[in-house]
Design a protein around this ligand. Structure first.
Ligand code: HEC
Ligand SMILES: [Cu+2]
Length: 362
């Protein structure tokens, strides 16, 4: 209890730990944000005290005593009126200058920042590292003491990236890019939350920012970009749904609902049984068999990815882009394995239930 009050007086040093009022300071801008916060808070405390004291003193001093005759009070006091106009004006100017400085710092990412592409989608965050070709879902790894710039957009509704320990927050808007930058000052794990109510599972839309030493960063990213290479076939479905499905999710759902393309739910059963009709009038089952177009059903999925225009599913447009050159052979295998095991990777509503390493997602 005592520390709640002492922390009110704590000067905000760079990198201050969490206290009752504010979370840990873990970025370069946190100190100045807290500074602004405390300047305004202390102005409020000052006036709370002065006004309450005046109120109590006046209540006692000017209370009605006995049956005095009520006389007319003063109606006007020029010096007083000038004072209560000029003083608050000066105060709001101070607040504006302190606030504007911090705001400008937050707007402009420093030259040479490390870029990350962020996509918000009900209800998960995807982070792409263009420099390494690595993709992360629900977790973002960044180097310490390096300015990082997030370029953000949404696939559906309004979201908002908020990292309390870094004191940064920015809306994520469909059909538009917004940006945000931070420079973490300490290695560690920090929470990233969605701060814009975005529907049923808004409260589950969070991610972990993992700040790691600079010298480990390159190694970690390269490993992340090629992590599937060391995986056994049994490990591939969890990898695919977490690391590859985000490239498909704008057109393919996991819950059976229609989108630009057919849902992935039940896809493997449809494909295996050959129960797919094409706009050419052909049926997939007629293309199966020895020395025909697709010797095994897996080849149909492979060609759907590498040459999507060759057979277009009835009821859809040929809107699928080719992933030729973008997916390695083992990643294609991973996607096929993902289709086969989709039931074990998602719940009835199409939410992903496993982490990339196969452990259950909370
Ligand atoms: C821009 C939209 C779009 C994206 C992104 C996209 N697809 Fe498609 N996909 C489609 C459309 C439209 C069809 C149906 C027409 C066709 O067969 O080409 C389709 C069809 C398919 C089919 C055949 C489905 C069936 O029922 O026979 C598979 C398999 C497939 N996509 C896999 C993927 C995978 C895996 C990804 C991500 C790596 C992906 N798609 C990304 C639009 C997309
Ligand atoms: Cu959200």
């Amino acid at each position: 209890m005592f520390s709640i009050f002492t922390s009110l007086f704590a000067t905000t040093t760079q990198g201050a730990p969490a206290n009752f009022w504010l979370p840990k300071q873990a970025s370069t801008v946190a100190q100045s944000v807290d500074h602004t916060f405390f300047v305004i808070t202390w102005i409020c405390y000052f006036f709370l005290f002065v006004i309450t004291a005046a109120l109590i003193i006046f209540m006692i001093k000017y209370r009605r005593k006995g049956n005095d005759v009520i006389v007319k009070g003063p109606t006007h006091n020029t010096p007083l009126e000038i004072a209560w106009t000029i003083l608050p004006l000066l105060l709001v100017v101070v607040i504006f200058v302190v606030g504007m400085r911090g705001y400008l710092d937050l707007q402009q990412a420093p030259e040479g920042s490390y870029d990350v592409q962020v996509t918000g989608q009900k209800w998960s965050w995807t982070f792409e590292h263009p420099k390494y070709g690595a993709t992360q879902v629900a977790e973002l790894t960044v180097p310490v003491n390096t300015p990082v710039r997030l370029l953000m957009t949404s696939n559906d509704v309004l979201h908002s990236v908020w990292i309390p320990d870094f004191r940064v927050k920015m809306d994520v808007i469909p059909g538009r890019y917004t940006s945000l930058w931070f420079e973490a000052i300490a290695v560690g794990e920090y929470n990233l939350n969605c701060a814009e109510y975005c529907g049923k599972d808004h409260s589950k839309m969070f991610a972990t920012v993992r700040v790691i030493p600079k010298e480990d960063f390159e190694k970690t990213m390269i490993k992340l970009a090629s992590e599937y290479e060391d995986m056994s076939v049994g490990q591939l479905p969890a990898y695919a749904i977490n690391r590859l499905y985000n490239r498909c999710q704008s057109c393919h759902t996991l819950d059976g609902s229609e989108s630009t393309g057919p849902s992935f739910k039940g896809l493997w059963d449809r494909v295996k049984s050959g129960d797919v009709n094409f706009i050419s009038g052909e049926k997939l089952s007629n293309l199966y068999g020895e020395s025909t177009t697709y010797e095994v059903p897996e080849n149909y999925i492979r060609s759907s990815l590498l040459d999507p225009q060759s057979h277009i599913v009835k009821g859809y447009l040929g809107a699928m882009p080719s992933f030729q050159g973008q997916l390695k052979d083992k990643q294609i295998t991973a996607i096929i394995e993902m289709f086969k095991h989709l039931d074990e990777l998602t719940d009835a509503e199409g939410n992903i239930t496993v982490n990339p390493d196969g452990t259950p997602r909370q």
